[in-house]
Each structure stands twice: as C-alpha cells, then as structure tokens.
Design a protein around this ligand. Sequence first.
Ligand code: PHE
Length: 453
Amino acid sequence: MRAARARFSTRLGFIMAAIGSGLSLGNLWRFPYLTGQNGGGAFVLLYVFFVAAVGLPILISELMLGKLSQRNLVGSFKEAVPSASKYWSWLGGIGIFASVLVLSYYAVVSGWVIHFVVQGIMGAFSQGPEHAGHVIDSLREKGLLQVLLASVHLMLTATIVAAGVRNGIERWARFFMPIYLVVLVALVMHSLLMPGATKALRFLFYPDFSKLTGNAVIEALGHAFFTLSVGFGAMVAYGSYLKKDVSVPTEGVFVAGVDTLLSILAGLLVFPIVYSFNVQAGLGPSLLFKTMPVLFGTFSLGPLIGVAFFICLYVSALSSSIVLFEGVVSYLMDEKKMKRKQASTMLSMVTLVLAIISALSSTAFRDVRIGERGLFEIFDQVIINWTIPVVGLGISIFMGWRLTDGRKQEEFVDENSLSSVRLFPTWQLAIRWIAPGLLILMFLIQIFTSIFI
Ligand code: PHE
C-alpha cells in the first residue's frame, strides 16, 4: 500500500489555502493589467464567462482526479483508469513543464514584491505620487537585482516545501489571509473615494465589445486557467491531500467564486488610481506596481499600510509558489522516487536558471523580441495561452469520456445534498462538450490569428 499522504487537518485549512492561491499575483497583479490592456468591461465579462464555463468544470475535474487516484497528475490517469493508454501521462508531463516555467517567472514578480516591501520600509511610499511610479521602472532596469530577489524567493519556497505540506502551507495561509482581506477591502474603499472612481467603474463594468480583439479572447481564457491554478496538475496534487468527506464540487464552486470576486476587487483597487492620476491603463506588467505606491502616498497612514499590503501580497505569492513547487516535488517523489529534500533542491536550481531569463528580459535580453513582445511576455503567453489550456483540454476529455460515469457520480454526488445531484449532469455536459469545444475553438483562432494576422 502507498504511504498515507499528509492530510489537511481541517476543512478550514483547505479553504484558507485555496483563498491563498486565489488571492494571489494572478488576481492582484495579472488581472488588472490584462483588463487594462484589453479594454475593460468586455474583457472582464468574457473572463467571468470562461471561469464558469471552462475553468470551474476543469478545476472540479482536477480536484476529483487527485482525490480518487491519490496521485500526482502524471500517475493519476493510470490509477483512475487502469486500461488508460500511457500517452495520458504525457499530459501530466506537460503540466509539470508548465509548473516549472510558471514558477520561474512567478519568482521574478515575487522578487519585485520583495523589493517593494524593502523600499516601502525605507520610505519610498512617502515621497509623493511623482516618485512613487519610479520604483518599478528603476527595478526593471536592474537585471542582476531582479535575479537576486528571485533567487531569495525560490530558496524560501524550496525550504518550506522541503519541510512538508502541513507545516508549510497551512500555517502561513491561515495566519495571513484574513489580514490580507481586511487590508484589501479597506484599500478598495479608499480607492473608490477618489475622483477617478466613476470612470473606473465604467471602464470595468460597461462592456464595449468593439474593444475586444481576438487576442483579448485568448487572454481571457488563459487567465481563467491561470487564476484558478488549473492546467498545472497542482490542483490534482492538492485533491490527493483532501479528506474523504470533503465534497469536491462544493469546494470547486467556492474556490472559483471567491477567486472571481477577488479579481473584481483588484480591479476596483487599481483603476480608480489609474483614472485619478493619469496612469496609462494599458501599461502592462508594471501596472500594479505603478499604481499602488501612488495610492499609499495619498493618506497619512499610507506608507505603513503600503508595507503591510506588499507583505501580504508577498505571502500570497509565496503560498502560490509553494503549491506549484509542491506539485512538481510530489511528481518527482512519486514517479522518480526522489527524496523530498533532493527533489526540492533540484527543482530550485532548475527554476532559478529559468528565472534568470525572465529577470533579464527587460535588461540584457531587451532586444530579444517577437513582434511587440519581449521575452517576459513571450514566456507568459506560451505557458498561459497554450500550455495550460492544452492540459486542461486533456483533463476534461479524460474525465468526460474515459472515466466511468459510476466512478464520477460516486465522487461528485453527495446524497445529503440535493444540489450535487442536480449539478452532476451540468458538470458532465461542461466537461464533455462545452469546455473541450470552447478550448478547441480557441486553439483554432490562435493558430489562425498567428498565421494570418
Ligand atoms: N492561481 C495563482 C494565481 O492566481 C497561480 C498559481 C498557479 C498558483 C498554479 C498555484 C498553482 O496567481
């Protein structure tokens, strides 16, 4: 028998960790800048649609696959359906590959957050709005500093993972998440009192479909995956730690719902600042880092709250990195028979080398470009718009068509909950037809636009 896996001690622990992975860079950093680049309301609407129609059903599938197989993504297919072809495990390999890539570029952005904590402590947020925007610009010109910060982040992540799931994830997430939420809500309220708030609300919630490009549609889909942590196998590993009595669909709906609300909250935080202080909405990856210091310069406790905000943002980035790292480490332990410590060390080395590429994209590799995009954005697009949706497509086909209905029903339906009985056919429809259909359509559009446009 396989060694019993460490389990989350309480349901609360899982929920907090899930919020932790939701309340992360994807929501606070990536969502606002994508919304800004893609014209606002119509993009937001599309993103919410993709979360509900594609992300959520596949999130439930991933958690379920992990829970019933008690394995990581690579090993889960064979365990769930013994007659499954060995090619399914390749899909797991792609998920692991995506996790390693994301870890590396996530480490660079997490490094930026560390820098902001340090700069905040040193008083950068009390020097007025004009100076506030310069912190990120000057950081992005310093390649070596970014590499250094990313390696601090990776070492911390590796150390926590090497110590084991329980100690690592639960303790951190539980303590920080409630504080983070309170800080965030207070900041949003402050932001909404700014003169640019009305414009911001209009930008976020009034869908102007004429602004929607083909690329925006693809970004919305990719981001739905990224923000829900789907397509990496990380949620399969997570599902395998779930207790037997936890209802996977309930957990999935909860996680996706909270995640979407948090993204909207991030939009409500950033865009009033954009419109009050004339920051360019389509600025790209620097947007959060340009706007927040401006906000902290507008009230007396701002510089202090700013430090608290970036500490919370960092802890959430760390907790996401832990989830990703754990997914890859559990694969190396289960399939490659490595020891936890050995796997953690090796992975931190590999991700560090890859992080150097992203970190130097705005300096030494500035001229490596495809069209408009630098290396950082190319990295981002390859992983998020291609790799993770491919894994998601595979998982939805496997769960939709390969796993028997009886097995699925057993996991999905809880006799005490009528809604789970009612939801089962909807979920089946989603993973058999809707999610794969939309994903294939998106791939075709991407191929078409990259060839002809
Ligand atoms: N969902 C996280 C975010 O929004 C990213 C992530 C992906 C975390 C995969 C864990 C696993 O930032």
